[in-house]
Design a protein around this ligand. Structure first.
Ligand code: FE2
Length: 490
């Protein structure tokens, strides 16, 4: 038993009063109290999620999620809408019971907030046995005509100083939502890693540059699966893996009606372990890997770009085509996933599988594709890609590379010429984990010709302000300094 294991188990035992962890031979733990204000009440304090809104309709609801020990309790959520000071009751909260071998049983509660009538902030309170135990305000989703702001950063949950400073800087800028294009939590997306690398930073009790910020209780977070988020899928090695499917509550439209498909996150471990995981994840596994949602005047398609997915053909590819086509009336179409198809870094250069959807994004008039995986910032010209094909018509691949040619819209300058021909591909993977290829920032000769900005010596996040048919995207460092800016208009 390692020293770290002992310390963590001790915390879990004190907090939850369980002894079953001692039977396990690997380092699995369960949630602990996330702050003194909630001691004994929550394992993780309430945080906001999209939940499962109706596809292709601007979401005006949010789901409040919180985690507790595995005890019966009478939970209720009340909130205020519009200017009405009357407290409205949310439908009775439901819960998933997380009961997996080597993991202390606990519960993940979900309560739906209908915010159709709210512009701005909606105060809410969480009650247990009639007593208010938590209060905060939810940033209600904006209406179709409203201006809004979102922030994107990936590769973030590593418990670093720069991750915390970015959380703080994000909080200061009051986005309407935050998008994480994968590698949410290092190193393997485990329950135990969420406890140290994620909740204390993004759901902190107070805003502090050196700690993080109380972001998630106010601002919904959305995320795509990265490779590190699925790295714990062998429960024989990591019994508390795939926490994404346990703790996130995101739309579940991406796999409806597709039955057994080859793209679901594969599970490993004993039959008892995988069964327990599936039962604990409930409705979220496997369908939460791919989904779409609408926010105000934008449509988002969020994909699992991990290498177990085959994008050359199949039901999931067809779903992406149909999903984006059905969003033709949205002013903006955005896509988010983890592995960038178009990347100039020497790091992860070969991971080009998402080039296989470039034609889909072009045909569907996608405006910006957000990716991470590569820990720096890169912006492409608006561009189109034509893969090389063999005589049989198959796309030519060299290992994980996808060979082909691209055409660039060099007339677009993002300042005076702001109408783009083709999607802009962003890599925004400088959200907290160590930076990749700092030596390339001042070496444009090392960039692929599709790259027009490459910033690899600063941690950073993307802030996008959308105002009807125009938007301004900024890349910002943890100190609030602007590193890049471009405007897009229709
Ligand atoms: Fe990654």
């Amino acid at each position: 038993m390692t020293k770290r294991w002992s310390a963590t188990v001790a915390v879990a035992l004190v907090t939850i009063g369980m002894t079953s962890l001692r039977q396990c031979d690997v380092s699995a733990v369960a949630p602990q109290s996330s702050g003194p204000r909630a001691e004994g009440v929550f394992l993780v304090e309430p945080y906001l999620q999209l939940g499962d809104p109706k596809p292709h309709q601007p979401t005006r609801e949010l789901t409040l999620v919180w985690q507790t020990a595995d005890h019966e309790a009478d939970w209720a959520v009340e909130y205020q809408v519009g200017s009405d000071e009357h407290w409205r009751s949310a439908p009775k909260p439901s819960y998933n019971r997380i009961a997996m071998p080597c993991v202390t049983p606990h519960r993940v509660y979900h309560a739906r907030l209908d915010l159709h009538e709210t512009q701005g902030m909606a105060p809410y309170r969480v009650k247990r046995a009639g007593q208010t135990v938590f209060t905060a305000e939810a940033d209600a989703p904006k209406g179709a005509d409203a201006r809004y702001r979102f922030v994107a950063f990936g590769d973030c949950g590593a418990n670093t100083a720069d991750q915390k400073a970015i959380a703080y800087q994000t909080f200061e800028r009051h986005p309407d939502f935050v998008m994480i294009p994968g590698d949410i939590v290092y190193g393997r997306g485990l329950i135990s890693e969420y406890l140290t690398n994620f909740w204390p930073v993004y759901n902190a009790a107070r805003a502090d540059r050196e700690v993080g910020a109380p972001l998630m209780r106010t601002t919904p977070f959305v995320a795509a699966l990265g490779n590190h988020d699925v790295a714990g899928r062998d429960f024989a090695k990591t019994p508390d893996g795939l926490a994404y499917y346990l703790y996130w509550d995101q739309p579940r439209d991406g796999a409806r009606g597709q039955g057994e498909t080859p793209w679901r996150t594969p599970l490993m471990g004993t039959e008892a372990q995988t069964k327990a995981f599936v039962a604990s994840a409930g409705v979220h596994y496997p369908v939460m890997a791919n989904f779409s949602f609408d926010y105000a005047n934008s449509h988002w398609t969020v994909l699992d770009s991990n290498s177990y997915v085959d994008w050359t053909k199949g039901a999931l590819r067809d779903w992406v085509i149909q999903d984006i086509a059905a969003a033709a009336k949205a002013t903006w179409r955005f896509v988010a996933f983890h592995h960038p198809g178009f990347n100039s870094s020497k790091a992860h250069f070969d991971n080009q599988q998402m080039r296989l959807l470039a034609d889909v994004f072009e045909a569907g008039k996608v405006d910006i594709v957000f990716a991470g995986h590569v820990h720096n910032y890169q912006r492409s010209f608006p561009m189109r890609f034509i893969p090389d094909r063999d005589p049989g018509g198959a796309v030519v691949r060299k290992g994980e590379q996808v060979l082909g040619r691209w055409s660039l819209d060099r007339a677009y300058d993002g300042q005076t010429k702001t109408r783009a021909s083709g999607p802009i591909y962003l890599v925004t993977g400088a959200g907290g984990n160590h930076l990749y290829n700092p030596e390339q920032q001042d070496d444009p000769a090392s960039w692929q010709s599709f790259t027009c900005k490459f910033i690899s010596r600063s941690f950073s996040f993307t802030q996008v302000d959308v105002d009807g048919p125009s938007l301004i995207a900024r890349q910002v460092d943890p100190g609030g300094n602007e590193l890049d800016r471009f405007t897009l208009s229709k």
